[in-house]
Design a protein around this ligand. Structure first.
Ligand code: TYM
Length: 333
């Protein structure tokens, strides 16, 4: 049986290797299976939960679409659209925010991390962001949601909201309870500068991440400068404990090449890091430069990208507006 896939990516610039290995690479695989119905959303409403420059946001929306296509998602097979253009998302988010409980949202670790010490000054949108994410998913009766590990808690919340709505209004199965698709390994790619911190768009140092638009020389330089430890390369998986940087770099190597972690470790066992880093840079360049070239090419084809979004919006609107109509009836509007 085919799956109904939904996932989203924020158009906040600097899409990086973590986004690719944790999410987009899996979108491509799911999209290649003709049995599946896939919806991939550029979540611009989520982006404005922190301040965005309008001109940059507009560019970043196109760049996110370009990244999807350059990575191998086929717009003929999948619906690609931006969230703000399908008003059902905002409507459903409001209704679901009346179902979600403060206590549930108060537990969200990503809000705590993003809001930092000064949470009084965080936007209300940043706080209620997971409710909008639940709306995104539930409007399409999605069965599976491919995401990186950092979104796991938000998906659990989505399931709770769906369940509570179904219970409160006594309609079994109205909202489908979606399953997260999180890879067992490599679902959390870490910073190149600190193996305990997630690779992130918002990290100040560009050396902490490989951007999907980086050129060959940048990739080589960033891997050369990536933090390691003083020991030789590990010889078995147990050796990776307490060695977060080594674990992350070998994980990246494994994920890019498709080799198992054991095999990757075996290939470099006991060597020094410099030889491994040369190999890692090589496989990254081989995989990522065609993508970055294609992104740059597509960014010059604005009309093509806009057409993909407007076609996608029409299709998404058809599905989502029907669901909102039913929600209205159920709620009593
Ligand atoms: P966003 O834009 O922060 O990230 C997009 C996807 O990339 C994954 N990711 C990572 N995976 C592995 N290692 C990393 N270092 C790393 N950094 C990011 C994220 O887990 C995500 O899958 N709230 C979501 C977007 C969203 C969404 C949705 C996702 C909105 N609505 C509905 C799924 C379904 C977000 O901010 O992702």
């Amino acid at each position: 049986m085919g799956k109904k896939i939904f996932s989203g990516v924020q158009p906040t610039g600097n899409l990086h290797l973590g986004n690719y290995l944790g999410a987009i690479k899996n979108f491509v695989e799911l999209n290649n299976d003709n049995e599946n119905k896939c919806v991939f959303c550029v979540v611009d409403l989520h982006a404005i939960t922190v301040k965005q420059d309008p001109k940059e946001l507009r560019n970043n929306i196109r760049e996110t679409v370009a990244t999807f296509i350059a990575s191998g998602i086929d717009p003929k097979k999948s619906i690609i659209f931006n969230q703000s253009q399908v008003t059902a998302h905002s409507e459903a988010a409001w209704i679901l925010s009346c179902v979600a409980r403060m206590g549930w949202l108060n537990r969200m670790t990503q809000f705590k991390e993003k809001a930092g010490k000064d949470k009084e000054k965080a936007s209300i949108g940043l706080y209620s962001y997971p409710v909008l994410m639940a709306a995104d998913i539930l409007l399409y009766d999605s069965t599976h949601v491919p995401v990186g590990d950092d979104q796991k808690q938000h998906l659990e919340l989505c399931r709770d909201i769906a369940q509570k709505f179904n219970n409160d209004y006594k309609i079994d199965n109205f909202f489908k309870i979606p399953e997260p698709l999180i890879q067992k390994e490599f679902s959390r790619i870490m910073s190149l500068k600190d193996g305990l911190k997630k690779m992130s768009k918002s990290e100040l140092s560009d050396l902490s991440r490989i951007n999907l638009t980086d050129e060959k020389d940048q990739i080589i330089m960033k891997i050369k400068k990536a933090k390691t430890d003083a020991l030789p390369m590990p010889s078995n998986i147990d050796d990776l404990k307490e060695r977060p940087e080594a674990k992350n770099l070998i994980g990246i190597y494994s994920s890019i090449t498709g080799l198992s972690l054991e095999k990757s470790i075996h290939n470099f066992s006991g060597e020094n890091f410099s030889k491994f880093k040369e190999n890692l840079a090589e496989v990254l360049v081989e995989k990522l430069t065609p993508i970055s070239l294609e992104i740059r090419k597509l960014l010059n084809e604005k009309n093509y990208l806009d057409q993909i979004l407007s076609d996608g919006c029409k299709k998404a609107h058809e599905i989502a507006s029907q669901k909102v109509k039913k929600i209205h009836e159920i709620v009593g509007f």
